[in-house]
Design a protein around this ligand. Structure first.
Ligand SMILES: Cc1cc2nc3c(=O)[nH]c(=O)nc-3n(C[C@H](O)[C@H](O)[C@H](O)COP(=O)(O)OP(=O)(O)OC[C@H]3O[C@@H](n4cnc5c(N)ncnc54)[C@H](O)[C@@H]3O)c2cc1C
Length: 463
């Protein structure tokens, strides 16, 4: 596979000179120092060699970078922590990588309006911890929350574990300050709960994968601190039984999360953590209920698991123990990555279609003689089937890619979405038009052109 994107660029010397002149030592051109900024965490996605890395310290640095890039027609890839899984933050040959990781100040936490205003490089977990100190809760909790940034979370509309009950990143943002491709600053949204003034530019920026503007500040909404959750862990001989339990639970309760791990994932997590999860199980469900009715809802969920054929059901009201089980789920991807190269998918199907999607994944794995570990946010119908293979073996790598294509096709056939939370990046580009339609995609591209007429912001990604 071609691992380099070649973008024709004009003479680069004046560009670097202008960047250094305006930004001094925020500019890095040493190829060795730029290496760590070339890729996100996806595999099999192309990454180029940038002409410069800018490590922006403030909004002025972002404005200066974009003004120069715009004047010279140089592509700019904005980068948070680089934990993306779709290749959206991968560098382009001859482009600029604009890192905002140093813009990591929590500007204000307003306990009265229950909002936090942050720079884009703030780590999700740091914001959550700062909010918790004030008795508040920043809800979005992607598995990468210990390292990924609020800017990256907004730009990918990151999900997490408790979306079925509390929504995704888009549901927790009030205002955004961003820099357009030509260096102009815009402010979108309002702190008020209700706001119907004009088109919703905030929600256009959310999930735009760095293609419309660079987010330099955001005001996000906080909730009152979460009540302690009651946790249920259930193991099932087959994934189909676990999914039957998910459907039954949804009818009787509103858990804040329902996470699923299949046999392959359980084994990988046990290997890595020695947690002693039930290794005879074909699937494991992790259910958490919060709020006033947490204990009662957990009981209902436990009974639904037993009725669906669970062989072991364990419940606990101890939040520490609950968090230990969650920790097992959070390391699922890392655990699978220890077993070989991984090609991680991110498919969302209507929850009632989960049984068909899981059966299709198992059939595809068998047909291509591949190991696929599946875990995910069952309450959202959002699965991460992860192909574990030897990337050095070209024949096997081709089979992995074929299996990936087939899983995406099956998801679309079931009325699903090709990405529930990781975004399109470059990885999912080939499938986008099939899902959204030709006219609709052209409309998206015209919207991009309105924001970024010279097309310098993350060209070829997202839309
Ligand atoms: C172990 C692991 C677990 C994960 N779990 C989850 C999960 O549960 N849910 C989930 O949704 N994702 C998950 N992810 C994927 C990833 O962490 C998210 O997509 C995250 O939101 C990316 O944040 P980042 O700071 O790393 O952004 P990056 O990877 O640096 O960038 C991602 C995209 O955002 C753009 N971008 C970044 N900052 C800005 C900005 N300030 N302005 C404009 N554009 C910007 C980039 O150009 C790129 O298009 C996981 C990843 C890993 C490695």
């Amino acid at each position: 596979m071609n691992t380099s994107v070649v973008t024709p660029v004009p003479d680069t010397e004046p560009v670097v000179a202008a960047l250094v002149d305006a930004l001094g030592d925020a500019v890095v051109t040493d190829p060795d120092r730029m290496l760590a900024y070339r890729r996100d965490q996806s595999l099999l996605t192309p990454a180029g060699m940038p002409l410069a890395l800018v490590r922006a310290r403030d909004t002025d640095d972002v404005v200066a970078t974009l003004t120069i890039a715009h004047r010279h027609g140089i592509p700019v890839v904005t980068r948070g922590a680089g934990t993306g899984l779709a290749g959206a933050a991968n560098a382009l040959d001859g482009g600029i990588v604009l890192s905002v990781e140093k813009m990591n100040a929590i500007v204000e936490i307003d306990t009265e309006s229950r909002t936090a205003t942050v720079q884009p490089g703030v780590i999700n977990g740091d914001l959550a911890a700062a909010a918790a100190e004030r008795g508040l809760w920043y809800v979005p909790d992607p598995g990468s929350r210990a390292v990924s940034t609020i800017g990256g979370n907004l730009a990918t509309n990151a999900g997490g574990t408790c979306c079925a009950k509390y929504g995704v990143t888009a549901d927790h943002v009030a205002r955004i300050k961003a820099v357009l491709a030509d260096g102009r600053i815009i402010h979108t949204g309002a702190v008020t709960r209700k706001n119907v003034a004009g088109l919703n530019l905030t929600q256009l920026l959310v999930g735009s994968e760095g293609t419309l503007a660079v987010i330099v500040e955001a005001t996000v909404r906080l909730r009152a601190a979460a009540t302690a959750a009651a946790t249920v862990v259930a193991s099932f001989p087959e994934t189909a039984q676990a999914v039957a339990a998910v459907l039954a639970i949804r009818e009787q309760a509103e858990p804040c999360l329902v996470e699923l791990m299949d046999r392959t994932t359980i084994a990988a997590v046990n290997d890595m953590t020695h947690m002693g999860l039930d290794d005879t199980a074909g699937a494991l469900l992790l259910v958490q209920c919060d709020g006033r009715d947490a204990a009662a809802e957990a009981q209902v969920s436990a009974r639904a698991c037993t009725a669906a054929g669970a062989t072991e059901v364990y419940d606990t009201a101890d939040p520490v123990e609950g968090e230990e089980f969650m920790a097992a789920r959070r390391v699922a991807l890392t655990a699978l990555e220890r077993c070989g190269s991984t090609l991680l998918d991110d498919l969302a199907v209507p929850v009632p279609r989960l049984p068909e999607m899981l059966a299709a994944i198992e059939a595809i794995a068998a047909r291509h003689e591949l190991l696929i570990g599946t875990f995910g946010h069952a309450a959202d119908g959002n699965l991460h089937p992860t192909i574990v293979f030897d990337a050095a073996d070209e024949v096997v790598a081709r089979r992995a890619r074929q299996a990936f294509d087939e899983m995406v096709a099956e998801c679309l056939a079931l009325g699903g979405s090709i990405s529930g939370e990781h975004g399109i990046g470059v990885l999912k580009q080939p499938y986008l038009e099939t899902q959204v339609g030709t006219v609709e995609r052209a409309l998206m591209q015209r919207i991009k052109a309105a924001f970024d007429p010279s097309g310098i912001l993350n060209p070829g990604r997202g839309i």
